[in-house]
Design a protein around this ligand. Structure first.
Ligand code: AMP
Length: 622
């Protein structure tokens, strides 16, 4: 672990290694450290005093990448090449986000499958992991520039409700950016740490963290006891925030000035000016009782009272979510010991007053609400660096544990640095019709392909009853006990057949080997992620070829000859592309095959449903 030394001769700091805390936000991201002299957390600022880096990635025609403030300028002029809110897509499939597809002004590929979303810019496909890695690379570069030292280790925060896949995606993004992600920390946990809550091991506290940003609202109820943070409940609204306050002001002014929606559709610059002025008015009213300004040379004004009238229902909505969170955690308002305010929109006095009134106590708002999560991440980083001796570090797994999946990929079930004891589980299914066995190979390490990791054990789950591909449900459970012994169990849930094995992952592993495995994973992150993306694209393509073929065989009679011909051609082209190792081409051909088959697949589905309505079963007709 890195230490910071003060050179007594020069008085300057020599930083052998600095572990940074990163708040990778939906709208903005920032980096913080513990100041080596006064030991207080501080955010890293450029000379212009700006700490926030907009989480926006812009691709110019030649494919070169710009991140942050500069990229923000292209949001209006080149929306299809400017990616914002990528955090909303982390670890998500298209099905997860399709209801909100109009929110994204860039192309989110709708291949209508369960696989992870891809974003298309020009003729290239990017995963949310890659896009997030560009933001992290920029943050790393900035931090190195400000600190004048290499930055290779980080703690990154994520929302408390992020699932395993989303957390893993965030880890991968860090790795791709050349960062060893020591820990993924929940944002409300980080915010509490920034206020020093939970730093004393003998205290038990229940904390409500109210986080209202630009586009999202989260309320989390945490219980801190013996230095362990437990999330009791989370609630919120992924599409509610300060942007809605701005929008309410814009609507108010439009009503006053009799501007119609259609006008704004045509005059994009007027729409933009209205929005920016509304945001300015909102911020002004956080400290003043009246705002006066102009839009397109025409005077506009807003009083604090009027503004509060406009946003009252939105604020009420957040309070209702707080009530739900308390109910889910099964605790009463009286049991909340502390309330922490996070996010720029908590600067609005009505928000602060309403939250304070609801919880019946003074809220923590002493720290900058935009910075508090990053500051807490820095506190956590410092604890992991071993600089904070008062804090006990629990036993952790030094390397990730997982199993081999399609194409030789490593699927991590227990990420490294997880607390021990620990448990995790995931469901898998069969690839072939009538498949009766499944090989479970357990690996340890950080690389994306299992061949580069350490194999711990292998066994066969046999006796799976014959059923069509994809129907079997094989649950693989990892259990690490307090002695560090790993028990892996595989169980087919429909039939109940099961098999298990026990291993000691740390057996025969030296610290130097662990270090080498970690460094290798960072050194090879780029090629690893590329191979993973290629293997995933190939697996998805193969699956689509198989299912489309099956579909054609069964339903040939119901399709037009032209449809069959176009589909067969698209299948052939996709199959040929599989030999190319060109991920973008495979994705493109997968897209094409999906587009060709979607209309008739839907048509046949409709037919099947109407037949089912008239008394026949769906399975008979398709
Ligand atoms: P965040 O996502 O946490 O960075 O929050 C950004 C949101 O906070 C945006 O909607 C901003 O308009 C809003 N915000 C920033 N400063 C203020 C302020 N002084 N008063 C009201 N809202 C603010």
């Amino acid at each position: 672990m890195g230490k910071i030394a003060i050179n007594i001769a020069t008085g300057s700091l020599q930083q052998q290694e600095m572990i940074v805390g990163i708040d990778l936000g939906t709208t903005n991201s920032l980096v913080a450290i513990i100041h080596p002299e006064d030991r207080k957390p501080v955010v890293l600022k450029e000379h212009d005093g700006n700490a926030l880096v907009p989480s926006i990635v812009y691709f110019d025609r030649s494919g070169s990448i710009t991140v942050g403030d500069e990229a923000k300028n292209y949001l209006v002029t080149e929306p299809q090449n400017t990616i914002f809110s990528v955090k909303r897509l982390m670890g998500k499939s298209y099905n997860d986000v399709k209801e909100r597809s109009s929110f994204f002004t860039y192309k989110v590929i709708d291949d209508n499958t369960e696989s992870l979303v891809k974003i298309q810019v020009g003729d290239k496909f990017y995963s949310p992991v890659e896009l997030s890695s560009y933001i992290l690379t920029e943050l790393k570069k900035r931090a190195e520039h400000i600190l004048k030292t290499p930055v290779t280790r980080a703690v990154i925060t994520v929302p408390a409700y992020f699932n395993d896949a989303q957390r893993q995606a965030t880890r991968d993004a860090g790795k791709l950016a050349g960062l060893d992600v020591l820990r993924i920390v929940n944002e409300p946990t980080a915010a509490s740490l920034a206020y020093g809550l939970g730093m004393r091991t003998d205290e038990t506290k229940t904390v409500a963290v109210y986080d209202l940003g630009g586009g999202t609202f989260d309320i989390s109820i945490l219980r801190i006891s013996n230095g362990i943070f437990e999330v009791l409940s989370t609630n919120g609204d992924t599409y509610l925030g300060g942007d809605d306050f701005d929008h309410a002001i814009v609507k108010h002014w439009m009503d006053q000035k009799k501007i119609r929606e259609e006008e704004l559709m045509i005059h994009k610059d007027l729409a933009q000016e209205l929005r920016l002025t509304a945001e300015q008015a909102k911020k002004h009213l956080s400290n003043n009782s009246n705002y006066e300004g102009a839009v397109a040379g025409d005077k506009v004004s807003l009083s604090k009272k009027e503004f509060e009238g406009l946003i009252q229902s939105l604020v009420d909505k957040t309070i209702q979510r707080c009530k739900n969170a308390l109910a889910d955690a099964n605790i009463s308002i009286k049991e909340i010991d502390e309330v922490v305010m996070v996010g720029g929109s908590t600067r609005v006095p009505l928000v602060k007053e309403s939250v304070s009134k609801f919880f019946n106590r003074k809220v923590h708002d002493e720290l900058n609400p935009d910075e508090v999560v990053a500051l807490g991440a820095a506190v956590q980083a410092d604890i992991l660096a071993g600089n904070n001796k008062d804090f006990l570090l629990l036993d952790i797994t030094p390397l990730s544990l997982g199993i081999e999946t399609m194409g030789g990929l490593m699927d991590v079930l227990v990420p490294r640095n997880s607390k021990i004891p620990s448990k995790a589980g995931r469901q898998y299914t069969t690839q072939k019709d009538g498949q009766s066995g499944m090989r479970i190979s357990v690996y340890q390490g950080e690389r994306d392909l299992v061949k580069d990791n350490r194999r711990l054990a292998e066994f066969n789950l046999s006796g799976i009853p014959a059923m069509p591909a994809g129907l079997a449900k094989v649950e693989v459970a990892f259990l690490i006990n307090a002695d560090g012994i790993l028990n892996v169990r595989a169980k087919e849930l429909r039939s109940g057949v099961e098999q298990s094995i026990e291993v000691k992952p740390q057996y025969g592993l030296t610290d130097a080997e662990v270090e080498k495995m970690l460094m290798d994973s960072i050194r090879h992150a780029n090629e690893d992620i590329k191979i993973r993306a290629l293997v995933e694209a190939k697996t998805e393509a193969q699956l689509l070829i198989d299912t489309t073929r099956k579909f054609l065989d069964k339903n040939a009679g119901l399709l037009l000859p032209a449809e069959i011909e176009a589909t067969t051609k698209a299948i052939d082209e996709l199959r040929t592309s599989l030999d190319s190792d060109n991920k973008d081409m495979i994705n493109q051909k997968t897209e094409t095959l999906n587009e060709i088959s979607r209309p008739y697949a839907e048509r046949l589905m409709d037919m099947a449903i109407s037949k089912a309505m008239s008394g026949k079963s769906i399975r008979d007709s398709i």
